[in-house]
Every structure is written in structure tokens, then in C-alpha cells.
Write a protein that binds this ligand. Structure first.
Ligand SMILES: *Cc1c(COP(=O)(O)O)cnc(C)c1O
Length: 420
């Protein structure tokens, strides 16, 4: 794609069809009876929760009326409130506590009215929540996160029955699920994952038997989903995989995931400089030869890390251009010495949607000494999120786009699923 956006803005381009494709890869990996809860926290891993939730609720990749996933999950009530009008159940994973402090109560009332499932890990949180629900004259669904070894959020196994008794004793609470989270699932078949799963079964088999068919259990994130089929239980909770990134943090050609996000920006200036010219704060780079310096209107305030200074590269007209000098808050400079003909308005790709691209998210994560999750989550709110494939009806009306998109090899949904 070489769309000129001479007056363009840095943009995150989101492919709906890639997202739907990944959802169907997830469906194909699990049994038909297993449900899929799409993790949309942190603005859908930086992809834009509004676009992602809308796609997963209202589009279908196979023309059927079954939505591509069965539920959406976020971390906080604020994130749930920021979702568009969604038709799927919403689960909030951050454990409730301090219900009567600050604005928590008002948020809870909203959560209860909207029917979101909330997470509780202590009897006191369950008690407080039951009182708020009672005052709203509404039952609220609660799920219990069990700590089976992660030692982070969750009720320790030896306190579980006390918590379940508390929940059962409050008619305004409805036990909606039991879950746990793995510490080592991304390591592939790991004995500690097996151990956590065994502990989860031991702690919950009996109560599940008492609630035949009514108490779903879930544990698997993307890594559990692919590496640990026994962990699928009643529902899986993929985040990263839906966004097309392999949970091994390396591209994996055995799993046909398609990255959903591409991050571009226009080249806003090109300047010829003489050999020896210093570039940027601290003059950390001097031109080793006469060359041309390109200016990209993206900086660390947008989530393009300062550690990329003199380390990362971008793509311009399909050629690699190294980041030279320091990445600053709003601007980044690149050496266009090897990119002939680059001019103002050309599209710069900061993060490519091809898993094997030299500027893939895997590569950026390596440069930033982190994992793809963090690269995505750091992309700031200043960068506009835009649907590119298939074009949104509203967008194509309001916005002229020059370049043809490459045809997807997968079926592109022609219509929104009719809601209501
Ligand atoms: C973030 C999160 C997930 C999703 O993890 P991925 O590795 O992105 O699939 C699943 N479950 C819980 C509880 C989470 O917090």
C-alpha cells in the first residue's frame, strides 16, 4: 500500500477481516461446546476497543448469525463503560474491593444495571457487592478467580469454600463462573501449568458437580488455548491470538494467525544533509556520508519508545530506513540514504502487519526488549485507530482513500449481523 497521505496523520490501521479470521482460528482450535471470551482490555491491546468490540459483536466471517466470539472481557468497569453498545455478555476481570470508596459505588450500580459479570475474590467484596445489588433490586453475576499458583489476583484455594458460601448466602449474587490464570502457559507444555490445572480441578470439581451445567470454568489465555488443550474447559480467554500474534512471542507459521494492526505515519519533511551533520537531541548520530533525513511525526509520547533511538528501523516505499538520532516526544528522524525517491507525503510503516516483516511487532518487541503485548499497549491515544478492511460504510462516505487494498484471501463479511 502506498497511499499518499500528504496531509495525513499517524494512524493505526485495523483489519476487521484479520480479526474475524483469528477468531475463527480460535474456534477451530477448540471443541464446538467451548465458548470464546475475547479479551478487550487496555483498549483492545491498543487496537481500539470500540472497533474491536463492534467487529466481534456485529460482523461474521462465515456468513452465519453466530457471532465470532461469545463474550467480551475487560480489566475495569471504566473499560466496560467505554465499550460501544455491545450485544455480547461483558466480564470485568479486575477483582472488586473497596466498594464503598470514592466513585466505586456509582460505577458498580452502572455495572449491575448493565448486567456485566464482576470478579470477586474475598467474602467482604462479595458482601459489599450484594448490598449494592440489593439496593438496585437486581441480581448480579459474579465470577470467582481462584489463585492456583500465579500468586497474583485470586482467592487462595484454602479460602475458596468460605467465599463460595458467602456468595451462595446472598440472593442478589449469582455465581456465574470459576476461573484461574496460568503463570507459565506461554512456555508451551509446562509442568507448572499442569499443576495449576490439577489444583483448579481439585478445588472446584465438587462445586461444579453441584451446579450441573450451570457453572462454567475457564483458565486458558492464548497460550493455554494453543499449547494446552486440557485447559480449554468451558471457555477460553484469548487476547493476543485474536490480534494475530503468536503467544510464543515469535511468528509461528503452523498457526495461520494474521496480525490485525498496522501503524503508519506520513513523511512530513525530507532534508538533505552533509556528511558529519549531527541529528537530534544530544547529536547522538552524525551523518557518515551526505544523505537525506526524513521526519516522522511520531515520538515516545505516541508509544514509539525512546530506546528505539539509533536502533529501530521503519519501512518507506518498501525499503528499510534506520531511525537515526534520538526519538523525541513527538518526532522521529530516519536516514533515507538507501531509499531513493522518498518524498513528503509518502507513507512510513512503523509497525507492519506481516509477521515476517523487518518491522513486525515481534521485531519491535525485540528492539524494545519487551513482548508484543507491551508494544501494542504503549501505542498512545494520539494515534487515530481506523478500520481499513473492509472499509467501514461511514468511513468510505466521509473519507477519500486513494489506494486499493489487497484482496483478502479470506471471506470478507459483506453485511453486519442484524442486531435487534
Ligand atoms: C489478559 C488476560 C487474558 C488474555 O491473555 P493473552 O495472553 O493475551 O491471551 C486472559 N485472561 C486473563 C485473566 C487476562 O488478564
Amino acid at each position: 500500500m502506498d497511499a499518499k497521505h500528504s496531509l495525513g496523520e499517524p494512524r493505526v490501521l485495523i483489519s476487521r477481516s484479520a480479526l474475524l479470521h483469528n477468531a475463527s482460528v480460535v474456534r477451530r482450535t477448540i471443541d464446538e461446546s467451548v465458548r470464546v471470551c475475547a479479551i478487550c482490555k487496555a483498549d483492545a491491546y491498543g487496537h481500539g476497543a470500540e472497533i474491536v468490540a463492534d467487529t466481534l459483536c456485529n460482523f461474521s466471517s462465515d456468513g452465519s448469525l453466530r457471532p465470532p466470539v461469545d463474550a467480551l472481557a475487560v480489566a475495569s468497569m471504566d473499560e466496560a463503560a467505554a465499550l460501544p453498545d455491545v450485544t455480547l455478555p461483558v466480564i470485568v476481570f479486575r477483582p472488586l474491593e473497596n466498594v464503598f470508596i470514592g466513585r466505586q459505588r456509582a460505577k458498580l450500580e452502572e455495572a449491575i444495571r448493565n448486567g456485566w459479570t464482576l470478579t470477586v475474590c474475598t467474602p467482604s467484596a462479595a458482601e459489599d457487592l450484594s448490598r449494592v445489588a440489593q439496593s438496585c433490586a437486581k441480581r448480579v453475576g459474579v465470577q470467582v478467580m481462584v489463585d492456583t499458583g500465579m500468586t497474583r489476583a485470586g482467592v487462595p484455594i484454602d479460602r475458596l469454600s468460605e467465599l463460595l458460601q458467602k456468595i451462595a448466602s446472598r440472593s442478589s449474587l449469582r455465581l456465574a463462573g470459576l476461573c484461574t490464570h496460568f503463570a507459565n502457559a506461554d512456555l508451551g507444555p509446562d509442568p507448572f501449568t499442569q499443576e495449576q490445572l490439577a489444583r483448579f480441578h481439585a478445588a472446584t470439581d465438587e462445586v461444579v458437580e453441584r451446579h450441573v451445567g450451570r457453572l462454567p470454568r475457564h483458565a486458558a489465555n492464548s497460550a493455554g488455548l494453543f499449547f494446552n488443550p486440557e485447559s480449554h474447559l468451558d471457555m477460553v480467554r484469548p487476547g493476543l491470538a485474536l490480534y494475530g500474534i503468536d503467544p510464543s512471542s515469535r511468528p509461528c507459521l503452523d498457526r495461520p494467525l494474521r496480525p490485525v494492526l498496522k501503524w503508519t505515519a506520513p513523511l512530513v519533511a525530507v532534508r538533505s544533509v552533509r556528511k558529519g551533520t549531527g541529528v537530534g537531541y544530544g547529536q547522538t548520530w552524525q551523518a557518515p556520508r551526505d544523505t537525506r533525513i526524513g521526519l516522522v511525526p511520531v515520538g515516545y509520547a505516541d508509544g514509539y519508545p525512546r530506546t528505539f533511538s539509533n536502533r529501530a528501523s521503519v519501512l518507506v516505499n518498501g525499503k528499510l530506513a534506520p531511525v537515526v538520532g534520538r526519538v523525541s516526544m513527538d518526532l522521529t528522524t530516519i536516514d533515507l540514504g538507501e531509499v531513493s525517491g522518498a518524498q513528503v507525503g509518502d507513507e512510513v510503516t512503523l509497525l507492519d502487519d506481516d509477521p515476517l516483516s523487518p518491522v513486525s511487532v515481534y521485531k519491535l518487541a525485540e528492539w524494545a526488549e519487551t513482548i508484543p503485548y507491551e508494544v501494542f499497549c504503549r501505542i498512545g491515544p494520539r494515534v487515530q485507530r481506523v478500520v481499513v478492511e473492509p472499509e467501514d460504510e461511514v468511513q468510505s462516505k466521509n473519507e477519500h482513500r486513494g489506494a486499493e487494498k489487497p484482496k483478502s484471501e479470506f471471506r470478507i463479511p459483506e453485511t453486519r449481523i442484524k442486531s435487534e
